[in-house]
Design a protein around this ligand. Structure first.
Ligand SMILES: *[C@@H]1O[C@H](CO)[C@@H](O)[C@H](O)[C@H]1NC(C)=O
Ligand SMILES: *[C@@H]1O[C@H](CO)[C@@H](O)[C@H](O)[C@H]1NC(C)=O
Ligand SMILES: *[C@@H]1O[C@H](CO)[C@@H](O)[C@H](O)[C@H]1NC(C)=O
Ligand SMILES: *[C@@H]1O[C@H](CO)[C@@H](O)[C@H](O)[C@H]1NC(C)=O
Ligand SMILES: *[C@@H]1O[C@H](CO)[C@@H](O)[C@H](O)[C@H]1NC(C)=O
Ligand SMILES: *[C@@H]1O[C@H](CO)[C@@H](O)[C@H](O)[C@H]1NC(C)=O
Ligand SMILES: *[C@@H]1O[C@H](CO)[C@@H](O)[C@H](O)[C@H]1NC(C)=O
Ligand SMILES: *[C@@H]1O[C@H](CO)[C@@H](O)[C@H](O)[C@H]1NC(C)=O
Ligand SMILES: *[C@@H]1O[C@H](CO)[C@@H](O)[C@H](O)[C@H]1NC(C)=O
Ligand SMILES: *[C@@H]1O[C@H](CO)[C@@H](O)[C@H](O)[C@H]1NC(C)=O
Length: 812
């Protein structure tokens, strides 16, 4: 045994010299090696852009890796941006480990001089050499110049510009932020020629992109082209043969980029900023990290809030399986016996969704019916109860689940989960379910705003000049990019309508300050003022009329601003104002919106005759916009400042909610004053939670919406207050809510006394049933207790289905 080992060791020593014989900076020749112990043993590309060498990945653990040389870094400090690794899952010892290029042409990584941890299994009769190129490709060539092996063919978690991604390629995320070993998320070409993202855990796996609920063509993909090639070009355009494409936010040349399958299941494109010091995200697949499957393990829910990031939490009645590892999820604290069906109860988890693992799907069943089905099935852990009008008139679906995986909060609206628990513990668990806390902002900001149409107000000229000068330099540089953009947008316009979703995602533009200054004629026509800034009318170079909001005092870095704006820009609903783009240059932060000819609801209510039908449509449309914000996208996109000034009216008198997401944009990162001074909104429209220090949830918007409804009915503004004359003090003011309640004490009185509150501008012409319904809904929305208020989804149901509304509202 000992002699065999000695023989082996001497053989290895023969093939792999103990110290590297040549200077290794420009290439490794056959018969030489790189040693883990010599810091100088690195290969560097001709332009010094990339290096390859041993990089520490843990205590006395090293991997052979390729990294970027800018931002300047050192393997010793463990701070290099790694783009490839030979042995990510099997690090080598920090002593006597070597990368040897054997005379035979095989490239071998040896742990402590003995075990082959990794090899290329190449063979060449002629001498070979190993070099790294400026594109980050590590290439093994023979004397004739044939490529025997290259790192581009076996990417780890990163794809570099011009590195082809094909049928045999796969990006696999790393395990966690600091752990480079193989993680759970894969990017690959599926057998049907479509680029997919897969969560592949130890026990289960599921594809989560393109969305498994969409057909391929619905997701804008084609399965027709079987060449399966994707590539990120040098300007920042990614294109794949399945028709998936995207453009980097900083589309243009001479920028270092890398596309990375991140450990959290998201794919992000990173660009190196001009200063060469920081990587910024210039594109990502999901704005919502919880969209990735498997991020939280079984029986848990993924919740995302921008200030806390992604968070996992166990569902009620379950506890973490292993305190140190969320990927293992949670396990039940209780035991359910299968032959005692009457001993189980169901706990409602509102707006929670688990994807996959359905035992069965039942349509047209009642909640009670679904409970019965689930309680009689031993394997049923709970069910998803969905109300979906899109599919059929009854539209109710019950999905019984055997596994609770891919849990997610704030999924699609009208979807609640009912968890099976022992009846004895039901009330206890029910009391432990809490709404996740949400914050609108961290800053004192009680604004009284008017959306005026005063025109011709000029800016402070000297300041303006300085800003112009600063921006002009950048502006010229951006002009070229702008033309490319225009060209791309034009060409995409002509493509099929299915591509329009992609257009919405990528056609969203980055404007230059110079461009916007020109479009607004040097910011001369102010059309309003709102939270955080002034709004100007503009005509863009392509002829579109836009409203441009100029944020004052943005206390936010560029990268964060871009990330947030991209989130907001992606929200797409007919009752939300469309954002066309933004400008972030130096200190300037501008948002470009579509322009609404009819102005705001506030203006329309005070100066114009809005007939009843229009008012009712505005009520429903606004509710739809808000429901989309709250339920179908993300619960954290609270508006926090709903009022008639922020509801704009389009040419068909449909409402569009504006200024959403601004509360977040304006106040991100200012954590210092978080608790005391988190109030924002407008007096008269603000929910009581703001003052009473209770958690801020989407119900603050429901409250404000209720006030808007009352305003639609009465024509009275809560901000003005209502003078109560028959009081001791004639100047005392009461709130709009109190005033309406006073007049309409009970439902019976509502019928008879409604004329006392109705806006005289309606001249008595209205739909009586709709009006009573609207007032009833409004009063539900403005209840003191946030839990008593309906969700926006429920509001829509109540407005549209008066008959059903009774049962729905008592159900909560
Ligand atoms: C990385 O994660 C893997 C899998 O959990 C684990 O085996 C390994 O020890 C970790 N490595 C480091 C350096 O923490
Ligand atoms: C990495 O560490 C080195 C040495 O400590 C330092 O000079 C360099 O600036 C660091 N780079 C980054 C990107 O942190
Ligand atoms: C490696 O070998 C190829 C082919 O023999 C040669 O063209 C190239 O210059 C060599 N590279 C270095 C760095 O010596
Ligand atoms: C894919 O893109 C090509 C070229 O852009 C277009 O001709 C084709 O119709 C697209 N296919 C689908 C299914 O969208
Ligand atoms: C597939 O896509 C490639 C690249 O876009 C194109 O060259 C090729 O003609 C396509 N093949 C088919 C069958 O459409
Ligand atoms: C949790 O996981 C860690 C690391 O995987 C392991 O060391 C520990 O024993 C586990 N704890 C329990 C309670 O299973
Ligand atoms: C449940 O059924 C099993 C066999 O079917 C039986 O052994 C067990 O006693 C039953 N448990 C209860 C609580 O009835
Ligand atoms: C749903 O069930 C009810 C009562 O069982 C029945 O009257 C109705 O026709 C069903 N609707 C559909 C769409 O199947
Ligand atoms: C569930 O209920 C049973 C019976 O009342 C009780 O013994 C047990 O402690 C409860 N478990 C929890 C977690 O409340
Ligand atoms: C859970 O609590 C809510 C209010 O907190 C109540 O309306 C509901 O009926 C309770 N559900 C059960 C099953 O006890």
């Amino acid at each position: 045994m000992a002699t065999t080992l000695m023989l082996l060791a001497s053989l290895l020593a023969f093939f792999c010299p103990p110290s590297s014989s040549s200077s290794s900076s420009d290439g490794l020749w056959a018969g030489s090696s790189l040693s883990v112990e010599k810091t100088g043993d690195v290969l560097t590309s001709p332009g010094a852009i990339f290096s390859a060498g041993f990089h520490p990945v843990g205590d006395n653990a090293y991997s052979f890796a390729i990294w970027f040389n800018t931002p300047s870094c050192s393997p010793i400090a463990k701070n290099c941006t790694i783009v490839w690794m030979a042995n990510r899952d099997q690090p080598v010892n920090g002593r006597r480990s070597k990368l040897c290029l054997l005379k035979s042409g095989n490239l071998v990584l040896k742990d402590a001089g003995q075990i082959n941890v990794w090899e290329t299994r190449t063979f060449s009769k002629s001498p070979t050499n190993l070099t790294i190129e400026d594109g980050g490709n590590l290439i093994l060539r023979n004397l004739e110049g044939h490529v025997l092996w290259q790192s581009y063919d076996s990417p780890t978690d990163t794809l570099l510009p011009l590195q082809p991604f094909n049928e045999n390629s796969k990006l696999v995320s790393s395990r966690s932020q600091g752990n480079y070993s193989s993680g759970f998320f894969h990017l690959y070409f599926a057998p049907d020629n479509v680029l997919c993202l897969l969560y592949k855990g130890t026990e289960y796996s599921s594809v989560y992109w393109p969305s498994p609920t969409l057909l391929r063509w619905e997701a804008g993909r084609t399965t027709d082209n079987n060449s399966k090639i994707a590539v990120l070009d040098s300007l920042g355009k990614f294109s794949s043969t399945d028709n998936f494409t995207f453009l980097s936010a900083d589309y243009g040349s001479k920028i270092s980029r890398m596309l990375k399958m991140d450990f959290d299941g998201n794919i992000r494109l990173y660009s190196l900023k001009k200063d060469g010091e920081t990587w910024v995200i210039s594109w990502q697949i999901f704005r919502l990290p919880c969209r990735a499957h498997g991020s939280c393990g079984p029986n848990s829910i993924c919740v995302y809030t921008p200030n806390l990031g992604r968070k996992c939490s166990c569902i009620p009645g379950y506890k973490m399986s292993n305190q140190s590892d969320w990927s293992l999820g949670c396990e039940p604290e209780f035991h359910l016996s299968c032959n005692q069906t009457e001993q189980v109860g169901f706990l409602k988890l509102r707006n929670v969704e688990f994807y996959g693992y359905d035992l069965n799907m039942y349509s047209n069943v009642t909640l009670k019916g679904c409970e019965k089905i689930c309680s009689q099935m031993c394997g049923c852990k709970g069910f998803q109860f969905r109300f979906s009008k899109a599919h059929q008139p009854g539209g109710i679906y019950c999905y019984t689940k055997t596994q609770l995986l891919n849990g997610n909060r704030g999924g699609n609206g009208h979807c609640d989960f009912y968890l099976k628990v022992p009846k004895a513990n039901l009330s206890f668990y029910n009391s432990t379910t809490v709404d996740s806390e949400l914050q609108c902002s961290n800053k004192v900001q009680i604004l009284e705003l008017t959306y005026s149409r005063s025109s011709g107000r000029h800016e402070n000229e000297p300041l303006e000049f300085v800003m112009w000068a600063v921006c002009a330099v950048g502006g010229i540089e951006f002009l070229a990019i702008f033309f490319v953009w225009c060209f791309l947008i034009r060409t995409r316009r002509n493509s099929s309508p299915k591509a329009s979703n992609l257009l919405a995602a990528t056609g969203f533009r980055n404007f230059t300050y110079a461009e916007l200054k020109k479009a607004t004629n040097s910011f001369c026509e102010e059309i309003g003022r709102g939270a955080g800034g002034m709004v100007f009318k503009a005509t863009l170079s392509d002829g579109r009329v836009a409203a441009i909001k100029r944020l004052v005092d943005p206390n936010q870095g560029e990268a964060e601003f871009l990330a947030e704006v991209n989130t907001i820009g992606k929200l797409n609903h007919m009752n939300l104002i469309t954002m066309w783009g933004y400008c972030a240059e130096g200190k300037h932060r501008l948002l470009v919106y579509e322009y609404m000819e009819h102005g705001s609801l506030a203006e329309n209510l005070s100066f114009k005759a809005l007939d009843w039908k229009k008012r009712f449509d505005i009520a429903v449309g606004t509710a739809r916009g808000l429901a989309y914000l709250h339920e179908e996208c993300l619960e954290w996109v609270l508006h926090c400042d709903i009022k008639p000034h922020n509801i704009l009216i389009d040419s068909k008198f449909q409402p569009k909610v504006s200024d959403f997401g601004l509360s977040w944009l304006l106040n991100r990162g200012d954590v210092k004053n978080s608790i005391v001074s988190r109030i924002r909104g407008t007096r008269g429209y603000m929910a009581p939670e703001w003052v009473s220090n209770l958690p801020i949830t989407s119900k603050v918007d429901v409250y404000s919406y209720g006030i808007v409804l009352l305003e639609l009915v009465t024509g009275r503004s809560p901000a003005m207050g209502i003078s109560v004359t028959d009081n001791d003090s004639p100047k005392e003011q009461t709130t709009l809510v109190a005033w309406v309640r006073e007049h309409l004490g009970s439902a019976q009185e509502m019928e008879t006394r409604k004329h006392e509150i109705i806006d005289p501008k309606l001249e008595g012409i209205y739909d009586e049933a709709q009006l009573l319904n609207l007032v009833a809904v409004a009063l539900k929305c403005v209840q003191e207790s946030k839990d008593a208020r309906p969700t926006m989804g429920e509001v829509i149901e109540m407005l549209l289905h008066k008959e059903e509304s009774q049962s729905i509202s008592t159900g909560y």
